[in-house]
Design a protein. Structure first.
Length: 298
C-alpha cells in the first residue's frame, strides 16, 4: 500500500533503514522501501548501505549520474509499486515509533497529500547548537500544527517528510529547477495549491540529523537564492507568496533595490565573517539573504 522513497548522497542510511524495517513489520498493510544512491562519491558508505539493504530486503538503486534532489525523487516515484508514496530524506529519522502507522491511519477517502513535521534535537553538543544550520532549523524550519495555525500549509510543506497519492504525484511531479538545491519544496507546495490539491499538515515528526557546517550551509543558501532569483524572473505572481520574495518586492516598490545592493556589496565580507563564525547571528543571515537576492536582481 505504501512505498517509502529516499534519495541518498554520501550518507549512511543504516539507522533510518533499521527504524523503517522495525516499524514496517508492525504495519498491517504492504510496504516497500526504495533508496536511490544519487551517484555518491563516498564508496565506503555506498557499499555499507548496499550490504545493509541486501540483508534486510530493501531496494538500493545506484544512479550512474547525479540527478539532484527533484529528479531523484521523480525517478523513485516511477519505480514505486504502491498507491501511496512516502518521501523522506536520508538524514532524517522518525521521532516516534509509530511514524509509519500515523501516516497510514491518517489516510481517508479524500486524502491527497499529508505533510509531516520537522524537529531538531536539543541534546546536542554545544558546537552544533552554535551552528548556523541548527539555529536556522530550530527557528524557521521546525513546524507544528499550533505554530502554523492561520498560515498556508502549502508554504510549510517539507519533502523530507510527506506522503502523497501516487496518481497526484504523477500529475504534479517535483519541479526541476535551474540548480539542484533551493525552493523545490516551496514551489512544489505552491503548485499543489494552484491546482487545488488538498494538503493536510499532521503531527508526524522526523528529526533532521544532518547538520551541515556553516560554510556548506551558506553556499547552499546562495544556490537557493539563485534559484529564487530565476523563479522571480519567470513566475513573479507565484513567487509573491514566498516570504523572501515578498521583502524583495517591497524594496523594489520603493526603488530601493540598488541601494540595498550597494549596502550588501559594501558589507558582504563582514556579514560572511559573522555567519561562518561560532556566533552566527540569524538577523545578519536574513539581511544577507535579502541583500544577495537584490544583488542578483539589480
Amino acid at each position: 500500500m505504501i512505498s517509502i522513497l529516499v534519495p541518498v548522497y554520501n550518507y549512511s542510511i543504516i539507522n533510518l533503514g533499521k527504524e523503517l524495517v522495525k516499524q514496517g513489520a508492525e504495519l498491517n498493510v504492504t510496504y516497500e522501501v526504495l533508496f536511490l544512491d544519487d551517484a555518491s562519491v563516498n564508496h565506503e558508505i555506498t557499499k555499507s548501505n548496499q550490504l545493509f539493504c541486501a540483508k534486510n530486503n530493501l531496494t538500493y538503486i545506484i544512479s550512474e549520474e547525479n540527478l539532484g534532489r527533484a529528479k531523484a525523487r521523480n525517478f523513485l516515484a516511477q519505480k514505486a509499486n504502491y498507491e501511496w508514496l512516502v518521501f523522506m530524506d536520508s538524514d532524517v529519522i522518525p521521532a516516534t515509533s509509530s511514524y509509519l502507522k500515523t501516516f497510514v491511519s491518517s489516510i481517508h477517502c479524500e486524502s491527497q497529500v499529508l505533510s509531516g513535521t520537522i524537529l531538531y534535537r536539543r541534546n546536542l553538543e554545544q558546537t552544533i547548537q552554535k551552528s548556523l544550520r541548527w539555529k536556522y532549523g530550530v527557528t524557521y524550519e521546525e513546524t507544528s500544527l499550533k505554530k502554523n495555525s492561520g498560515n498556508s500549509n502549502y508554504l510549510y510543506l517539507k519533502t523530507a517528510n510527506i506522503m502523497i497519492r501516487k496518481s497526484i504525484f504523477h500529475s504534479i511531479p517535483f519541479p526541476v529547477l535551474e540548480r539542484n538545491y533551493g525552493y523545490e519544496d516551496t514551489m512544489f507546495g505552491l503548485t499543489l495549491e494552484a491546482n487545488t490539491i488538498k494538503l493536510e499538515l499532521i503531527e508526524n515528526p522526523v528529526y533532521h540529523e544532518g547538520i551541515e557546517s556553516n560554510h556548506i550551509f551558506l553556499n547552499k543558501t546562495e544556490e537557493a537564492i539563485k534559484n529564487l532569483s530565476s523563479l522571480i524572473q519567470h513566475d513573479e505572481i507565484l513567487c509573491k507568496k514566498i516570504r523572501l520574495a515578498k521583502v524583495y518586492f517591497q524594496i523594489k516598490k520603493v526603488n530601493g533595490v540598488k541601494f540595498v545592493t550597494y549596502l550588501f556589496k559594501k558589507n558582504r565580507g563582514l556579514m560572511k565573517k559573522n555567519l561562518l563564525s561560532e556566533n552566527a547571528d540569524l538577523k545578519i543571515f536574513q539581511l544577507y539573504k535579502i541583500g544577495y537576492l537584490c544583488y542578483l536582481l539589480a
